[in-house]
Design a protein around this ligand. Structure first.
Ligand code: GDP
Length: 578
């Protein structure tokens, strides 16, 4: 009979994503992982499997950072040989000019400039480049970059991206990890009710006695697999975390009430999830209501680029009723299916790295922080740093109130033992010992002011746009448009996106009618966007936050002026505004 793509993938032991790629290569017409295949195609694919597995393994190796081509190895060895004599260890300060770096590693500055250029960085001989860039160049020429005394501190202080931490990880240690899900949608469409229904539907007999703890996230099990839900619904919380540099959510569940349909915050949620580049699953809620109209919801969603699967698109829509607990299991199954396509993996056999999702000061227990471990495993007794807080893991408690000795990838736990209350979005990770943890935290406190300034400078503003384009720092200009009427918002989107040229693409990540809100500013901050208000003003609160986050908000009354300004900014000819 017929077999669905994801079923075949399961049989073959490959991911649906991979199988879809193979099918596309073979020009087999399929829509998505739910599409069916005929016998002949399925058999053909099966025969190809042995060959394909080899290809897949090769692809995997390519993906690891350690993979080098023969040519790269040859060149590298040549350079290493050349530098064999003499001490190859060098110390690189935070900033170094290309000229000085050239002297240190005995390479022509022009060569370094060329290297950088090939990486997309345009720099001149006297220009200061970052330690990170300089180290990379030095390493390329066979040098070992030694860090100064406080090397470890500096190193960890600057670590903001969890992907940087595990450079030398071994592919074979990676295992699948449960997806982490955020629920979004318009107010009163049932986000909280849905989160409750999911939590309750999933309490097994053995756990039923346990007291559910609200720790900011909870884990459920469906068909033997786990899913983690963040307990604070809404795109505001989600984007605020993102603005802090945290990447926690893997999948967004968009709740749309079947009786109310797509509303302004629904559209906001769609755009916030899209800006974060995570898949969206739609839960059409309140289908128990007599005036529920799921088809109208699907129609409206299609207008925003979310085409339902049964209409030929690839957006999974699940009708549910949070009140009657209908469709909850199907929704969970669909989340697993979509997550499977994302190939979420993590290495449990390494030092723990996670993100703080909630933190508070508890009268009896001191600072309590909920962390979702994203890599490695956190153990009792580990020395930890989170933002400017440090300490040792004294106890860990899960969402069922159970004390844990260890917490692996995607496990949310309350951690006791920190010196202070960290911020949501702070990265938490283990270090060698508590002394180092304290040093890092203290140094961070000192640096906080400095780095806040630095961060602010990195944000795009129209004044600095051209400079950033020249330096290759900006390849996409993200814009949020708020306007007084739909017509002008649409006209602006069309006109602005037309300004893209080969060096910079103009991308409107959100456009809507209404004044500039706090949520718009956070989205701009998280996505490095500028905000254009057309015949609307920022709300007082939004204005305050924009100042803090250094988000550029410009207001206009004439469409032509908007286009003119953006065009001039892209060419570096805009008069600075104060
Ligand atoms: P939120 O603001 O999105 O978190 O929405 P809530 O979960 O607070 O729900 C808003 C209202 O809708 C509440 O009065 C709920 O009882 C009601 N509600 C939520 N889900 C359903 C549902 O599936 N069916 C019906 N009839 N009402 C629902």
């Amino acid at each position: 009979g017929k077999i669905r793509v994801y079923e075949l993938a399961k049989k073959l032991g490959v991911s649906s994503k991979k199988l879809i790629e193979v099918l596309e290569d073979l020009n087999v017409e399929i829509r998505n992982h739910m599409s069916t295949l005929d016998d002949e195609t399925a058999e053909l694919i099966y025969e190809m499997l042995s060959e394909e597995k080899k290809v897949r393994n090769k692809d995997d190796i390519k993906k690891t950072k350690e993979y080098k081509t023969q040519e790269e190895i040859r060149v590298e060895n040549k350079i290493k040989d050349k530098n064999k004599k003499g001490d190859k260890r060098i110390i690189i300060p935070d900033k170094i000019s290309i000229k000085d770096l050239g002297e240190k590693i005995n390479i022509e500055p022009s060569k370094i400039i060329k290297e950088l250029f090939e990486e997309g960085i345009i720099a001149t001989i006297n220009q200061q480049i970052s330690k990170k860039d300089a180290s990379r160049i030095a390493k390329k020429y066979g040098f070992e970059v030694v860090l100064q005394d406080d090397k470890e501190i500096d190193n960890t202080i600057d670590t903001i991206d969890i992907n940087d931490i595990e450079d030398q990880e071994q592919e074979e240690n990676f295992v699948n990890r449960p997806p982490i899900v955020t629920v979004m949608g318009h107010v009163d469409h049932g986000k909280t009710s849905l989160l409750d229904a999911i939590r309750k539907a999933n309490v097994t007999a053995s756990e039923a006695g346990g007291i559910t703890q609200h720790i900011g996230a909870y884990q459920v099990t469906i068909n033997g697999k786990k899913i983690v839900f963040l307990d604070t619904p809404g795109h505001e919380a989600f984007t605020e975390m993102r603005a802090r540099g945290a990447k926690v959510t893997d999948v967004a569940v968009l709740v749309v009430a079947a009786d109310d349909g797509v509303m302004p915050q629904t559209i906001e949620a769609i755009n916030h999830a899209k800006a974060a580049n995570i898949p969206i699953i739609v839960a059409i809620n309140k289908i128990d209501k007599p005036n529920a109209n799921p088809d109208r919801v699907k129609q409206q969603l299609s207008e925003y680029g979310l085409i339902p699967e049964d209409w030929g698109g690839d957006t999974v829509c699940v009708p549910v009723s949070a009140i009657n607990k209908k469709g909850i299991n199907t929704l969970l199954e669909m989340i697993l299916l979509v997550a499977e396509m994302c190939e979420l993996k993590a290495n449990p056999k390494t030092n723990a790295v996670g993100t703080i999702i909630e933190a508070k000061l508890d009268k009896g227990r001191g600072p309590v922080a909920t962390v979702i471990v994203q890599k490695g495993t956190l153990y009792i007794g580990d020395a930890i740093v989170a933002g400017t807080a440090y300490g040792r893991v004294r106890a860990m408690i899960d969402d069922k109130g159970k004390r844990l000795k260890e917490a692996g990838p995607s496990v949310p736990v309350e951690v006791l033992g920190l010196s202070d209350v960290p911020n949501a979005g702070d990265l938490l990770y283990t270090v060698k010992d508590e002394k180092l943890a304290r040093q890092i935290a203290e140094k961070r406190k000192e640096k906080q002011k400095e780095s806040e300034l630095k961060q602010a400078n990195q944000k795009v503003t129209l004044d600095k746009l051209f400079q950033k384009i020249q330096k290759g720092e900006v390849k996409e200009l993200n814009i949020i448009i708020k306007g007084d009427v739909q017509g002008s918002v649409e006209a602006l989107i069309r006109a602005l996106e037309k300004l893209s040229y080969d060096k910079v693409k103009v991308k409107v990540i959100h456009g809507a009618v209404g004044s500039v809100t706090e949520s718009d500013v956070m989205l701009a901050s998280a996505s490095n966007a500028i905000i254009i208000g057309f015949n609307v003003r920022p709300e007082p609160n939004a204005k305050k936050i924009a100042e803090k986050e250094k988000v550029d908000i410009r207001t206009y009354r004439v469409i032509y002026n908007v286009i003119d300004d953006i065009e001039l900014a892209m060419k570096g000819m805009l008069e600075p505004s104060f």
